[in-house]
Design a binder for this molecule. Structure first.
Ligand code: NAD
Ligand code: TYD
Length: 355
């Protein structure tokens, strides 16, 4: 059995669903259910005995220890985090609590459990830490994409807290021998992504007839990967990755934010045309830029491709079409995540009249 942390969030839920479908191996899923954790993402596993859902904090060492013992866990995939850059700018405290302190407590609990395992299980045990390309900082146009050897230069409270957690994981390997693996992935998109991030926000706002906010000039570049490709890469690293190594994950798909929003608008024009026949791109509006906004991220994925044979299955064209269609097919999911807390965030971030 494996333990997944943060498995009610966007990537974690996709991972749990895909893992059980692909391998059949049971999962204990520990999630605090912050605003970003949504049990509805796991509805397909309702009454599936291979899925055990536990509400709790990764900083609760006693809880982690008891879960590890009770379920005799053989591997951990650690997704749980505060993940939204804009929220980290408004309130970095939660990011330090979960991403740094939480990862520390998790490592301590896992270390205590792992040390007492019999030799064969100790050797095959794995702790996979899921991280981001944002720890590498920002690239200038024309600069080569991030390799695993790139300097760590985080610029936002979010990326700084993720970089700190990467360092802790590395140190628990070098100091205590904990069998860890780290992955640093580029921006994900796909089903179940909370509509505070660019792609789902654009789809949801477009359908609601709201403005589509572009920070600054919209020429910032992100490297987009379909979420299931990320999940398969994680499974691949878990099974065959070399201990203590870091693997960058990305789909060689750099795009400006403005291009992303135009692509979504064009897909919606085709799949769900506006009642007035006008194009959705008319809803685009430029708003104040994000403070410290990283200009460009790009992943060099040659290591995972060459060493482990992983490659993404989706192109951006196929992945974004599936994603837009998924949001069109799930109006109830959208309605449910737009709770009071979400509406409060939207008012704080996009002041009325600004976007
Ligand atoms: P998310 O915000 O959608 O989900 C995070 C989940 O963690 C939520 O279910 C939340 O309830 C849970 N959680 C938060 N604090 C917790 C705590 N203290 N204890 C237990 N559970 C807690 O995030 P996501 O987009 O799914 O990202 C998952 C992981 O992947 C994160 O570590 C993130 O840094 C990393 N990552 C994300 C992206 C991306 O594009 N979204 C890209 C690369 C890496
Ligand atoms: P986001 O989805 O928040 O991911 P990250 O900041 O982790 O890359 O943002 C992706 C890009 O889109 C980023 O450059 C910020 C930009 N953006 C907007 O232009 N408008 C928005 O409303 C949001 C949420 C993001």
């Amino acid at each position: 059995m494996i333990l997944v942390t943060g498995g009610a969030g966007f990537i974690g839920a996709n991972f749990v669903l895909d893992w059980i479908a692909q391998t059949g191996e049971p999962v204990v899923n520990l999630d605090k259910l912050s605003y970003a954790g949504n049990p509805e993402n796991l509805d397909a596993l309702h009454e599936d005995t291979r899925h055990t859902f536990v509400v709790g904090d990764i900083a609760d060492r006693a809880l982690i220890s008891s879960l590890l013992e009770r379920h005799q866990i053989r591997a951990i995939v650690h997704f749980a985090a505060e993940s939204h850059v804009d929220r980290s700018i408004h309130g970095p405290g939660d990011f330090i609590h979960t991403n740094v302190v939480g990862t520390f407590h998790l490592l301590e609990a896992v270390h205590g459990y792992w040390m007492l395992l019999p030799p064969d299980r100790k050797e095959s045990f794995r702790f996979l830490h899921v991280s981001t390309d944002e720890v590498y900082g920002s690239l200038r146009p024309g600069e080569p994409a991030f390799t695993e050897l790139h300097r760590v230069e985080p610029n936002s409270p979010y990326s700084a807290s993720k970089a700190a957690s990467d360092h802790l994981v590395r140190a628990w390997h070098h100091t205590y021998g904990l069998p860890v693996l780290t992955t640093n992935c580029s921006n994900n998109y796909g089903p179940f992504q909370f509509p505070e991030k660019l792609i789902p926000l654009t789809i949801v706002n477009a359908l609601a007839g709201k403005l589509l906010p572009i920070y600054g000039d919209g020429q910032q570049v992100r490297d987009w990967l379909y979420v299931i490709d990320h999940c398969r890469a994680i499974a691949c690293v878990l099974q065959t990755g070399r201990l203590g190594e870091t693997y960058n994950i990305g789909g060689w798909n750099e795009q400006t934010n403005l291009d992303i929003v135009h692509t979504i608008c064009a897909l919606l024009d085709e799949l769900r045309p506006r009642a007035d026949g006008k194009p959705y791109r008319e809803q685009i509006t430029h708003v104040a830029d994000r403070p410290g906004h990283d200009r460009r991220y790009a992943i060099d994925a040659r290591k995972i491709e060459a060493e482990l044979g992983w490659k993404p299955a989706e192109t951006f064209a196929t992945g974004i079409r599936k994603t837009v269609q998924w949001y069109l097919d799930h109006p109830a999911w959208i309605e449910h995540v737009q709770s009071g807390a979400y509406r409060e965030w939207m008012t704080q971030q996009y002041r009325p009249g600004v976007a």
